[in-house]
Design a protein around this ligand. Structure first.
Ligand code: ZN
Length: 408
């Protein structure tokens, strides 16, 4: 298959007269066009959603009234636990398929599913792991199964209630489960948070992930209370615990970092550590606005809203609103949109450790096609198209998306 879009994203700008040869689901070659283009389409790499909990799509529209006064992440978490305890196989599958289909419609061709809901209520089995894999296949989205280790219900506390459905018995049981999943899905390792694993387990699970060549993701410093509890228990911030116990390099992604101190982030980034931000979820949950850490990958997290175009724009807008200035996440050339597009593509792929997020030889043939005739793009030029997309367009400009050479 050869694609000849009118415009092709090269990682920094849109270019005319390029063609892309695809073979066996991979991009074989990108070169100068040998025939006229298909007018009216611009091609981007498929968006990579680096952090999702698909089942939380089942909460949409719920928990948005506050009869008992103000809500918080912690009151929302109670609603999430109630959802978890209500699931059977069919309702879990339906919520996941719905989320994954909405992701495809929003141009997300890969999802990094941070999967901690392993067991049905009252069960010790891992029924929901396989269901999740099937749901992704049904929605035809590329899945990186970020399988979570979760063993404590707060620092030094036993699991309780809905948390029992997240349970990992021990690091060795966790790796047995990972072995059972090998070959069924692309895998990554997860430590849910410093709340959900002892310091010894953070160290040993991360070390084994590194030995196996797997990326590792962890929720970090999303909430002030997480910092307070960690300081009380360990006399250290969660980021300090990570820096002390986990091998930090570019295969480690910390998700959120909403309240991370600049000095600690500097140490983390100097070691190569990656950051994933989920602007719409952080806004919905009232988490706060993270520092201008850049570049970062992006995630739809709670799936309260699924739109990569909105995640990109709110990454920059959050900074504009707190700093009272524009162009906060600009690159060396002073541009913002190309960097935001790299967050939605290359950075996500790198955080998940897969060859994607670029229209380049050897990468997965995963794309988003943009409808250049859409009314929201009237007046856009080759030079302003990226910014028009990021700041001015609804998801309706997405004409289709492609995973491994298959269009939907
Ligand atoms: Zn999350």
């Amino acid at each position: 298959m050869i694609l000849r879009p009118e415009l092709t994203w090269d990682g920094g700008r849109f270019r005319r007269d390029r063609e892309i040869e695809i073979e066996n689901g991979l991009i074989r070659e990108v070169r100068d066009a040998t025939a006229p283009p298909e007018a009216g389409r611009a091609l981007l790499p498929g968006f990579v959603n680096a952090h999702s909990h698909a089942f939380q799509r089942g909460l949409r529209g719920q928990g948005e009234t506050f009869p008992e006064g103000r809500g918080s992440f912690w009151t929302w978490r109670e609603a999430m636990y109630a959802l978890v305890e209500s699931f059977d196989v069919d309702s879990f599958r339906a919520a996941c398929v719905q989320a994954f289909r909405e992701m495809r419609a929003a141009g997300m061709t890969t999802v990094g599913e941070f999967h901690y809901l392993h067991h049905l209520p009252g069960s010790e089995g891992y029924e929901l792991d396989e269901v999740l894999i099937e749901a992704a296949a049904e929605a035809e989205i590329r899945l990186v199964l970020l399988h979570a280790y979760y063993s404590t219900g707060g620092i030094g506390k036993p699991l309780a209630g809905g948390q029992l459905q997240f349970r990992s018995e021990s690091p060795s049981a966790y790796w047995q489960r990972m072995d059972a999943l090998a070959g069924k899905a692309e895998l990554g390792c997860v430590l849910h948070s410093v709340r959900a694993a002892s310091r010894a387990d953070l160290a040993t699970v991360r070390a084994e992930a590194k030995r196996r060549g797997l990326v590792t993701h962890i929720h970090l410093e999303e909430q002030q209370r997480e910092l307070e509890e960690c300081l009380a228990a360990y006399g250290r911030t969660p980021m300090e615990v990570v820096l002390e116990t986990m091998d930090v390099d570019d295969t480690l992604t910390a998700v959120h970092c909403t309240h991370t101190l600049d000095s600690e982030m500097e140490r983390y980034k100097d070691l190569g550590g990656r950051v994933c931000i989920c602007p719409l979820t952080e806004a919905n949950l009232g988490d706060g606005i993270p520092g201008g850490w850049f570049p970062v990958s992006l995630g739809s997290d709670s799936n309260a809203r699924i739109s990569m175009l909105e995640e990109m724009r709110w990454l920059e807008y959050g900074q504009r609103l707190t700093r009272e200035e524009r162009g906060c996440l600009r690159d060396a050339g002073g541009e913002v949109a190309p960097g935001l597009l790299r967050c939605a593509t290359e950075e996500g792929a790198d955080a998940l450790g897969i060859p994607a997020g670029r229209i380049a030889a050897g990468c997965h043939a995963d794309f988003v096609a943009i409808d250049l005739a859409h009314p929201a793009l009237v007046g856009a030029t080759d030079e302003t198209l990226a910014a028009a997309l990021v700041f001015g367009c609804p998801d309706g400009v997405i004409a289709g998306s492609c995973v491994a050479g298959r269009w939907l």
